[in-house]
Design a protein around this ligand. Structure first.
Ligand code: AMP
Length: 216
């Protein structure tokens, strides 16, 4: 089962991808998480992408295509994968077609989590992340049990630098300009399944699991 999640930043792609990953036992590949790990490890790539990410811009297509190509050739993707945050440009979508055909795989579903801009800005300003395990919380809709502490790791939650209001607006602009065409691309290929991302998290989960099981 090879799945892609697309949608604006803060639509809940990561949250849903984690659930689908557990339910169907396929790896959740978040390019944002991969880049943040690079930044944390202090690698050359991490140093190169830090300013780009913190300003809300996109990392170069060639760099991203290479990262994804390497990741998808790992053995844990044998029974499927979930890509979250890639492709984000038309160029990346076309590169992914080539990567997949070179390793004899094809896409089963492209899930578009649809959420309007007003809701995105509200959500991202309330988003917090555990610096240890990467789990996301929302202080309004999905707060931790204890004030600002991760339920699993018990460490203080942080606000991602790129969730600051100025950067959020920039990320949304970049999304409209560069990522919207990706959605049209998959829609034309009849691969797109649209889900209303303003519904409660559990409801979105149920809709997606049913859809995937129905077409397995
Ligand atoms: P995310 O966690 O998916 O919102 O990604 C955080 C940031 O990482 C983005 O705002 C981009 O700067 C960068 N990034 C993640 N995935 C990609 C991608 N496919 N192409 C370009 N930049 C990306």
């Amino acid at each position: 089962m090879n799945i892609i999640f697309v949608g604006p930043p803060g639509a809940g792609k990561g949250t849903q991808a984690q659930v689908i990953s557990k339910t169907f036992k396929i790896p959740h590949i978040s390019t944002g998480d991969m880049l943040r790990n690079e930044m944390e490890s202090g690698s050359e790539l991490g140093k190169k992408v830090r300013d780009i990410i913190n300003s809300g811009k996109l990392v170069d297509d060639a760099v991203m295509n290479q990262i994804v190509k390497e990741r998808l050739s790992k053995p844990d993707t044998k029974n499927g994968f979930i890509l979250d945050g890639f492709p984000r440009t038309l160029n990346q979508a076309k590169a992914l077609d080539e990567i997949l055909s070179s390793i004899g795989k094809k896409l089963d579903h492209v899930i578009y989590v649809d959420v309007p801009e007003k809701v995105i800005v509200e959500r991202l300003s309330a988003r917090r992340m555990c610096p240890k395990c990467g789990r996301n919380y929302n202080m309004i809709t999905d707060p931790p049990k204890e004030d600002e502490l991760c339920d699993d790791c018990h460490v203080p939650l942080i606000t991602r630098d790129d969730d600051k209001p100025e950067t959020v607006r920039n990320r949304y602009k970049v999304y409209l300009e560069l990522t919207k065409p990706v959605i049209d691309y998959y829609s034309a290929k009849k691969l797109l399944f649209t889900v209303d991302g303003t519904l409660p998290v559990r409801e979105v989960e149920e809709i997606l699991i049913k859809m995937i099981e129905g077409k397995k």
